[in-house]
Design a protein around this ligand. Structure first.
Ligand code: UDP
Ligand code: MG
Length: 318
């Protein structure tokens, strides 16, 4: 059976349509499936829509979070809850075309453990967005020695990959990169990023920057290494300037260069602050991991035939 995990946050307009589209496609291809919606603490009618979809179609299930925990947490919950022999993850807004699912499923049947959807084109994006995305993927890609520039969250995984990802203890997981990191036999299929079918993107520029910093620091120590390199460069600079100052001192022109002193203080000051900041970010990450809080809290599940109760009595921590 194929499980399709769909993280959804404020997608009330899309749930029913997405569920129908996905099930139509899979039914036509005779692929046994379940659809698992994860309501990431939406503030609109998303959860009601998921329940409606589940009551119409027994192949649809849903869980809901007590609040918004973010897409990574939603994906993790979906993987943990999925029951299929393989599991696909896709966006609710159909930007990841479900028409690709049968092809990805066939590749899995042929023995691939991980089928990754890679973007043929990156959809509509501003130039600044493109540049920062390129820099971001370069940093992450380097740390796992893979090209991540066209990576997406659209993937189909064998049970063993799902189990590995679901059992990873790290809290700041970055699904897109971690799945490749597992190193199981993988292949990729290209897809064109579609226009969002309704609603709008949940990402603002600030949330994207925060997301990038979080993932880079949880996946790569490159920024810390950069601090070391910057330090080494400064040392070289200091040596040259030091020799020049001494030569000047002994040749009797030592009193010049006040501007240089001001500039140096400013420059070194900023370098030190930035370096401390970078180290601070890593310490914050360590602190987060050490606290080991649950990644998400499940506050509700759709009723299944043969299972009692609409809601679990208490929030369950996973
Ligand atoms: N999403 C989520 N939690 C969040 C933000 C987004 O589960 O906090 C889901 C959202 O419902 C959608 C997917 O993640 O299914 C991608 O989100 P979106 O389309 O807003 O991002 P974009 O396509 O612009 O990268
Ligand atoms: Mg989208």
């Amino acid at each position: 059976m194929l499980s399709v995990v769909i993280p959804s946050y404020n997608e009330e307009q899309l749930i029913l349509n997405t569920a129908r589209t996905v099930s139509d496609i899979l039914e036509k291809e005779n692929i046994p499936y379940e659809i698992l919606f994860v309501d990431d603490g939406s503030s609109d009618q998303t959860w009601e829509k998921i329940q409606e979809a589940a009551s119409c179609d027994s192949a649809v299930r849903g869980i809901s979070f007590s609040r918004n925990f973010g897409k990574e947490a939603a994906i993790h919950a979906g993987l943990t809850e999925s029951r299929g022999d393989c599991t696909a993850v896709m966006d609710c807004d159909l930007q990841h075309p479900p028409q690709m699912l049968p092809e990805m499923y066939r590749l899995w049947q042929q023995g691939y453990d991980l089928v990754e959807g890679v973007k043929r084109t990156r959809g509509k994006e501003g130039i600044l967005h493109k540049l920062s995305a390129a820099l971001f993927y370069k940093t992450i890609g380097r740390s796992i020695h893979m090209d991540m520039s066209r990576a997406s969250d659209f993937k189909l995984m064998d049970r063993k990959v799902v189990d590995v990802l679901a059992s990873m203890p790290e809290r700041n997981a970055f699904f897109r990169a971690l799945s490749s990191w597992t190193g199981y036999k993988k292949t990729s299929v290209e897809f064109d990023v579609q226009e969002r079918s309704a609603g709008r993107s949940k990402w603002s520029t600030t949330s994207l920057i925060r997301y990038a910093v979080k993932n880079i620091t949880s996946f790569s120590s490159a920024p810390m290494e950069m601090v070391v390199w910057a330090g080494a460069l400064m040392l070289l600079f200091a040596l040259i300037l030091g020799i020049q100052s001494l030569v000047r001192y002994f040749s009797g022109h030592a009193l010049e260069g006040f501007t240089t002193v001001i500039l140096l203080i400013l420059l070194i000051g900023s370098f030190i602050m930035i370096s401390l900041g970078i180290i601070g970010i890593y310490i914050a990450r360590i602190y987060d991991e050490v606290k080991a809080r649950p990644r998400y809290l499940i506050s509700g599940r759709t009723t299944e035939k043969g299972h009692a109760g609409k809601k679990t009595k208490t929030d369950r921590a996973e």
